[in-house]
Design a protein around this ligand. Structure first.
Ligand code: NDP
Length: 456
């Protein structure tokens, strides 16, 4: 049976099983995409491609409610957060429609060898492997720049969000994209590996776990294909002793509980300076106690379910192990009884370096709090991580914040707000959080041939 299933995590009810694509269908999709790459669509003027992006933005804006509901039903996101995700997708489409031509314009290079410039050309068919946590936004981050650049994309979405995958494919088609621009495939990891090995595929973009990233990068390395990887994170949320504590706590609660904690750039390790630690704990715990767990379609709910029962079971195991190895549990700590995939908002402290929790990413509503003395200790603890994705620093002294930001080994640091994302800002990390950047001008340059031409 196909592993692509819509299961509502609020009730654990199986809504629909989606048929897997056959080997013939996959071959057909690849050859269509490859033909498109060799056609005037990819090699010709950019305007027709940008028109599709503009139309796509309009279509999405007209269907926010339907799309948002599909995401909430399929992976449990609060309806308000689903709407924001859908709106962000429209912004990204419009951003590339308005800026891609400028980003891809030839760049002159002064040289003694002659008149020189670099042109940006598409490289060919790409494979995208994407996760369920932002079932539309993750797709748009790959589609928009690559549609503009002229690279056709074959998508393998996560097996628990097939409805969102199908809706997105339909939107791209309705926006006027010719067949092959964006093809959704319900396929296995082995089929992804076969696609990457195929000479017609030139690159792979993946967002997901280290395990999946490593598998895709290994295969791409073997066949010498370019990859971008956006993997997990264990981001710090630094609360300095001079910060506006109420502002930090409000942002911190949102940064940990947004999307039920299932965000790569969620605040996962709260590093709090001693002077403000007691006040922080009191207010932070109180805020977690006030969370209203429930149906993500109910506007008054503030914490929905995790995306699946396996996500919930993983979190139960991680929290139990952390506590058994000496972590202090302040609030929460267990799954909510019943059929749904709910987990209580949880705060842990007292995690020592020999506790596996120190290095693990908790992909759910579980905050770890570490109390430190000075700024030096903040940096040491922040960088004692296998990951390097984002981070946040709260302080009234911006110079102090900037100094810390430059010392934290991650791809992104925000001062006085939680890590965020926007079409015009690059997104990505270092260390085991992966490599390459998505969004902004950097994102569109990942899969283009930056071709030098010299006239002597
Ligand atoms: P996965 O990495 O397993 O899933 C992400 C995508 O990768 C899915 O489409 C999945 O397909 C696919 N995939 C998995 N293994 C392979 C492979 N060997 N070859 C090709 N594709 C593969 O994430 P999970 O859903 O299991 O989540 C586990 C952890 O991953 C989380 O706890 C979190 O740490 C991290 N994660 C990070 C995300 C981020 O935004 N950076 C998003 C989601 C997860 P399928 O669904 O069919 O297995």
């Amino acid at each position: 049976m196909s592993s692509y299933q819509t299961i509502n995590p609020t009730s654990n009810e199986l809504i629909k099983t989606w048929p897997a694509h056959s080997a013939d269908q996959v071959e057909q999709a690849l050859s269509t995409a490859d033909e498109l790459y060799h056609s005037n669509w990819s090699k010709g003027p950019i305007q027709p491609r940008l028109q599709v992006l503009t139309k796509l933005a309009e279509l999405i804006e007209g269907r926010v409610e339907d799309l948002a509901k599909a995401a909430s039903v399929e992976m449990g996101k609060l309806i308000g957060q689903s709407r924001s995700e859908v709106q962000l997708c429209a912004q990204i489409a419009r951003y590339y429609a308005e800026n891609a031509e400028r980003f891809l314009a030839p760049v002159r290079y002064p040289s003694d060898l002659g008149e020189a410039w670099v042109e940006n050309h598409p490289i060919g068919v790409l494979v995208a492997v994407e996760p369920w946590n932002f079932p539309f936004y993750q797709l748009m981050r790959v589609l928009a720049p690559n549609l503009a650049a002229g690279n056709p994309v074959l998508l393998k979405h996560a097996s628990n969000v097939p409805h969102c995958a199908a809706l997105f494919e339909q939107l791209v088609s309705e926006a006027g994209a010719p067949e092959g621009v964006w093809t959704n495939l319900f396929i296995s990891s082995d089929q992804v590996a076969e696609l990457i090995a195929d000479d017609r595929v030139q690159g792979a973009a993946l967002t997901g776990s280290e395990r999946a990233g490593s598998a895709v990068a290994e295969q791409a390395g073997k066949y010498l294909k370019k990859t971008t990887l956006e993997l997990g994170g264990n981001d710090v949320f630094v609360v300095l002793d001079d910060c506006d504590l109420d502002k930090a706590i409000k942002a911190g609660v949102g940064a940990r509980l947004n999307n039920c904690g299932q965000v790569c750039t969620a605040a996962k390790r709260f590093i709090v300076q001693e002077k403000v630690a007691d006040a922080f704990f009191e207010k932070f715990i109180q805020a977690f106690r006030e969370v209203k767990i429930g149906d993500p379609l109910d506007e008054s709910t503030t914490l929905g379910p995790l995306s699946s029962s396996s996500a919930r079971d993983t979190l139960v195991k991680q929290v139990n192990e952390a506590v058994s190895k000496g972590a202090k549990l302040h609030v929460g700590g267990k799954a909510v009884d019943g059929k749904g995939c709910f987990f209580e908002p949880t705060i842990l402290s007292g995690i020592t370096r020999d506790n596996p929790a120190w290095f693990e990413e908790f992909f759910g509503p579980v905050a770890q709090v570490y109390v430190v003395k000075d700024d030096e200790e903040v940096v040491k603890l922040a960088n004692d991580s296998h990951y390097g994705l984002g981070g946040a620093v709260f302080t009234r002294d911006i110079e102090r914040g900037k100094k810390l930001a430059s010392q934290i080994e991650t791809g992104m640091v925000y001062i006085n707000s939680a890590t965020d994302t926007s079409a015009e800002l690059p997104f990505g990390g270092v260390k085991r959080s992966g490599f390459g950047r998505e969004l902004s001008d950097l994102g569109i340059k990942e899969f283009v041939n930056q071709k030098l031409v010299v006239v002597s």
